[in-house]
Design a protein around this ligand. Structure first.
Ligand SMILES: Nc1ncnc2c1ncn2[C@@H]1O[C@H](COP(=O)(O)OP(=O)(O)OP(=O)(O)O)[C@@H](O)[C@H]1O
Ligand SMILES: O=c1ccn([C@@H]2O[C@H](COP(=O)(O)O)[C@@H](O)[C@H]2O)c(=O)[nH]1
Length: 247
């Protein structure tokens, strides 16, 4: 008889980078990366973990970039939020193809395309083992999907926000620009804020700190890393309150 290993979390909010979905491309979604991520999510669903999912939109549009090109920032942010819905549609489809039950909710109502965000429905879907994809960020311009991930994570009472990214965790400086940057295993919210370590935006961090939800940052390009994080293995960086940093 095979025994299912015990997960360290009961319910998580997983934040997937939109940029990571591009794989080796310059824009859009690499089907191979999408399908691999869907299979990795399936593995943790099979461990009995309830999964809320927020996907970024950086592979398609970001309001900031569009504003630099001359567009009104609010319109650019609307496009960025709709980009996250497109990523959500692709991920829901990939999950369904992998025989994982999933619902897509949008903070901007899109009748006929997906469900509108509803907290009570989300909780009931999670309890029934469905993956819930929260798209369109917070529904408001001037925010990011990192803030949306912390917000939804707090709302669904997730045990942690798991930020899946392209680097191994939080470093002493941006590792892409600074090859001497050192990987930090545990760090407090305050230290991240004071040192301005930009792996997530500051409003997301302050929200997580004020509501005491831990953040795990890890590399989604490493196959099996998500499962190892969920099983409590030593992967990536944990951001939490100072009294828990030393443990
Ligand atoms: N101190 C730091 N530690 C780790 N990463 C850092 C740090 N400072 C900046 N970064 C950068 O932050 C990036 C995080 O990018 P990621 O694509 O995961 O986030 P995002 O911009 O929220 O995602 P999306 O593509 O969905 O918009 C890393 O690729 C890394 O280069
Ligand atoms: O609450 C939100 C979330 C996102 N946006 C816009 O969408 C893009 C894509 O999100 P990323 O987090 O950068 O991947 C973002 O740049 C914003 O333009 C938003 O307006 N509000």
């Amino acid at each position: 008889m095979t025994t299912i290993p015990k997960a360290a979390y009961r319910r998580i909010l997983l934040k997937l980078s939109g940029e990571a979905l591009m794989g080796e491309e310059n824009f859009g979604i690499d089907a191979k990366v999408l399908d691999r991520m869907a299979l990795e999510i399936k593995e943790i669903v099979e461990l009995g973990v309830e999964v809320g999912l927020v996907i970024g939109g950086g592979n398609l549009f970001r309001g900031e970039g569009l504003a630099k090109a001359g567009m009104h920032r609010v319109v650019g942010d609307h496009m960025g939020m709709l980009a996250t819905v497109m990523n959500g549609l692709a991920m829901r489809d990939a999950l369904h193809r992998a025989f994982v039950n999933a619902r897509l909710m949008s903070a901007i109502p899109l009748n006929g395309v997906c469900d509108s965000y509803n907290w009570a429905d989300a909780i009931s879907y999670l309890k029934s083992g469905r993956v819930v994809i929260f798209s369109a960020g917070t529904g408001n311009p001037f925010f990011t999907t990192d803030s949306a991930a912390c917000l939804r994570g707090i709302e669904i009472e997730a045990d942690a926000v798991l930020k899946a990214t392209k680097v191994d965790g939080v470093y002493s400086a941006d590792p892409v620009k600074n090859p001497d940057a050192v990987l930090l295993k545990r760090i407090s919210y305050q230290e991240v804020l004071e040192k301005e370590l930009k792996v997530m935006d500051l409003s997301a961090f302050t929200l997580a700190r004020d509501h005491n939800i831990p953040i795990r940052v890890f590399n989604m390009n490493k196959p099996g890393c998500l499962k190892r994080v969920v099983l409590g293995d030593d992967e990536g960086t944990t951001i939490c309150h100072p009294e828990k940093v030393k443990k």
